[in-house]
Design a protein around this ligand. Sequence first.
Ligand code: CP
Length: 325
Amino acid sequence: MDSATVSAAPIWTRQHLLGLQELSAAEITQILDQAAEFKRLHAQGETKLTPLKGVTVGNLFFEPSTRTKTSFSLAAKRLSADTVDFTSAGSSLSKGETFIDTAKNIEAMGVPLMVVRHSTSGAPHLLAKSLKASVINAGDGTHEHPTQGLLDIMTIREHRGSIAGLTVALVGDILHSRVARSNIWGLTKLGARVIVCGPATLMPPDIERLGVEVNYRLDDVLAEADCVNLLRIQAERQRSAFFPSIYEYAHFYAMNGARVRRAKPDVLILAPGPINRGVELTPDVADGDRSVILDQVSNGLFIRMACLHLCWQAQQRLQAGGHAG
Ligand code: CP
């Protein structure tokens, strides 16, 4: 299959994918549709496509990752790209080389597509301004994790048919969660009602400005939610104690069997992972019949294929003198 056969109107114009905040509903839908098309082709046995043949994708991870890094690498290979992996540990960062110099050196080796995860919010945006390469945000600090938001939305859309009119509860550490922000932008643009729920100490001030409702009691939200997305407690980003103990957090906010029984019978249970079993949700719920957690992981591959493909096409059009954002 060549790239012309996997691109549908409207034409994607963005060389970079930095967040869902700046995308329109039509752009988000185009990524979801492209990912669904890749998934359909994969189910038909077309596991090796060729739109990125001869292209090298750099996976630059300055923070740990299992799902995102592995699935971007696999997505690139499924599109026939070569891949190069960079991790901070063992790199020349320890000798004082800067973040931008690191990326520029990798670009100079002929890497025109960069997937970047960094603990600093805005780091991928800085690279997008400093490089000719396309930059895809694989999670920046507490800001956004756009491909996670997209794969969450793809999973909900697959199970429910559409997003508009659904009520989605995002539960947990909203303050530090880039996944929460990408979900909020994506879901509200597509017409969902979003409720954010967690301890007051983990709720950003003025979060209602993003178009969400706030509720501090999970037990009050359960009956209304079509989907509950259990966000991880981001211990690595917390500089002080935001709740008395993990036990108390789990008492009020863990999704357990009793809470699932009080939720809608067809509620979808999501979690971006990695999950802390017994903290954000109990093992019986994580592995239970309402859980779509591994569907999320599977869909991540197709979302990342779509993002790599669309950004590469836009970069090529830009270089050919066309318009790309
Ligand atoms: N959900 C997520 O981003 O997982 P990783 O940190 O393992 O990539």
